[in-house]
Design a protein around this ligand. Structure first.
Ligand SMILES: [Zn+2]
Ligand SMILES: [Zn+2]
Length: 342
């Protein structure tokens, strides 16, 4: 195991101790790097057909929907309701993304919202740099266990505990299916290329969505709204909206904020498969209209977070946190209206 110790300067934070150590377990990470190798090299050695590219993209977006609707909006945030059977199907489909167990994913994500950009956040580009927030934290030994205390509401379902424990089962079944359908070329494109793209597409929300984009709402973290990331992640790129009010079924709150996951959710709602979609009230959506010029300036004062600029950002964050103290969801914006089942 190689230990990456950040320099004392890099490890500075507004409240953190001056030493922070992060380690990547290179041995247990071998499958992760091997999958990258297959995805990058194997396409040059198998028969090519444009249909394989279509398969790769289709399996990317189908599974991105499962990740956003399942892992994120349902299991992490309970932004809508569904049946026990559909809940299981969502968890199974999300796990074909090879992003570990459903309870592990949702519990860690809840922790991220509780500790956003604090020294205890597991993937903060502000605290620990871009690559740690993007992928380092997943490859470390630090966050292997499921945070049971953060996900007790779903941990009581034995079928979800089974999926959480045997999280490799869904991706293996998908890999076998692609092989049986289209042989080795489809295994390469439909599983490996698609899965590696899906990993990094998902990871952008932990990394790029806290670095690039605009900030509309006062939050004490660095979350941003980014149109391109919303296209890549089926709507998750409206990350500043999301950090401002976490439990909404939609993350794009205005008509131009493309949110493909929510469109799918509306269709599933029309079919009666999901219901009680939680939506932001107008008081939440238009809260930014009441900001003072000072508050707006504070929102725009966050610099990019690389190298020295990141250290400056840590200081800026402390200033913003002070200015917007109590303005986050925890302080109690208006309650969410609920779209009732028809
Ligand atoms: Zn975030
Ligand atoms: Zn979230």
């Amino acid at each position: 195991m190689l230990v990456l110790a950040l320099s004392p300067e890099d490890s500075m934070s507004n409240t953190a101790p001056t030493t922070r150590e992060h380690s990547i377990n290179w041995v247990s990470s071998i499958p992760f790097f091997a999958a990258h190798l297959v995805a990058l090299v194997a396409p040059f050695f198998v028969t090519f057909h444009w249909s394989y590219v279509v398969w790769a993209l289709a399996l990317y977006y189908l599974r991105m929907w499962a990740v956003t609707l399942g892992y994120h909006r349902y299991f992490s945030h309970r932004a809508f309701k569904t049946s026990r059977v559909f809940q299981f199907l969502l968890a199974f489909a999300a796990e074909t993304s090879s992003q570990k167990g459903v309870l592990w994913w949702a519990a860690n994500h809840r922790h991220h919202h509780r500790e956003s950009d604090q020294p205890t956040d597991l993937h903060s580009p502000l605290q620990d740099g871009f690559w740690w927030s993007h992928v380092g934290w997943i490859l470390s030994d630090k966050y292997v266990e499921t945070r049971e205390d953060a996900i007790r509401d779903f941990a009581r379902f034995p079928e979800l505990r089974f999926l959480n424990r045997f999280f490799l089962l869904p991706p293996i079944l998908l890999a076998v299916a692609t092989f049986l359908i289209g042989g080795f070329p489809l295994l390469v494109w439909g599983f490996f290329v698609s899965t590696v793209l899906l990993w990094h597409g998902t990871f952008t929300i932990n990394s790029l969505s806290h670095v690039f984009g605009s900030r509309r709402y006062k939050t004490s973290d660095t979350s941003r709204n980014n149109f391109l990331l919303a296209l890549v992640t089926c709507g998750e790129g409206w990350h500043n909206n999301h950090h401002y009010h976490q439990n909404t079924a939609n993350q794009g709150w205005f008509w131009w904020e493309v949110d493909a996951s929510f469109y799918v959710l509306k269709a599933l709602s029309a079919l009666g498969l999901v219901w009680d979609l939680r939506l932001p009230s107008d008081a939440v959506k238009y809260a930014f209209e009441k900001y003072t010029p000072e508050e707006r300036a504070a929102l725009e004062s966050m610099p990019a977070m690389f190298g020295k600029a990141r250290l400056a950002a840590l200081a800026a964050r402390a200033k913003v946190a002070e200015a917007v103290k109590g303005a986050t969801e925890l302080a109690g914006p208006a309650p969410l209206p609920v779209l009732r089942r028809r």
